[in-house]
Ligand binder design. Structure first.
Ligand code: SAM
Length: 230
């Protein structure tokens, strides 16, 4: 279960609202029951239910069970896609280990509003589900040209290009990286040209077939994790 920091040995946490309801009424936890907590910064902690009320729960933090995970320095930059698909993409990208999500608005991006709070709650859920201890971040959407202008030059930029490029697994090098994937309609030709011309950019291929945007993103992350992830 995710709780905002700081957690630490001996800390007593009072819960109400949704989290108390989830533990008390959904999981039916009682006094003395144990559960695992994380706060996104200090690893994983064993806690025990100290008080189980109808609307309130208190948890006592017992001891740390795992240190904070080392997060691979991988950003997924993606053009927002439709609701169900973007939620799927975020969930799977978190499971696969990305540390940052950067929505990028392109000429053919058809989704113009993103509910970042909702996206963040999907990140928390996926993190809880797969046992990560670090929370990925999601940034405000930026336009493609601003993204190219302001990105950290220390991060390699891998551009998923369905028209061809170096096979992804062969292209990846260790070090901070961004994987950039286009919208359903692909990048406009002048956008693709600007991306290819950006410093430190490498066009990568994910095989001979045209993949949907979310498939391409997940295939690229998987290939990066296989080649250089830790
Ligand atoms: N422009 C294409 C079209 O309409 O024919 C489709 C774009 S594809 C659905 C969405 C995005 O997935 C692309 O912009 C690209 O970033 C990525 N992508 C899809 N297939 C790929 C492949 N085989 N290799 C690399 N990237 C791919």
């Amino acid at each position: 279960l995710y709780l905002s920091p700081p957690l630490g040995e001996g800390v007593l946490v009072a819960l109400d609202g949704g989290q108390a309801n989830y533990l008390g009424n959904v999981l039916r936890m009682k006094e003395g029951d144990e559960l695992l907590l994380f706060d996104g910064v200090s690893g994983e902690w064993l806690a025990r239910v100290a008080e189980a009320g109808k609307k309130r729960m208190a948890l006592g933090v017992v001891r740390r069970t795992r240190p904070q995970e080392a997060t691979p320095d991988l950003t997924l930059a993606f053009a927002p896609i439709k609701k169900g698909r973007i939620e799927y993409l975020i969930e799977k990208a978190v499971e696969l280990g990305v540390s940052r999500l950067q929505p990028v608005v392109t000429r053919r991006t058809i989704v113009d509003k993103l509910n970042l709070d909702r996206m963040r709650s999907h990140i928390v859920e996926a993190t809880e589900q797969c046992g990560r201890t670090a929370l990925a971040t999601i940034a405000e959407p930026v336009k493609l040209d601003a993204f190219l202008r302001t990105r950290d030059p220390g991060q390699a930029l891998y551009f998923a290009d369905e028209t061809g490029g170096t096979p992804a697994v062969a292209a990846f090098r260790a070090g901070p990286a961004i994987i950039l994937v286009g919208p359903e309609g692909g990048f406009a030709p002048e956008e693709a040209e600007a991306i290819r011309a950006a410093s430190g950019a490498t066009a990568i291929s994910l095989g001979p077939r045209i993949l949907r945007a979310e498939t391409a993103a997940l295939a690229a992350i998987t290939a990066w994790m296989t080649a250089v992830g830790d």
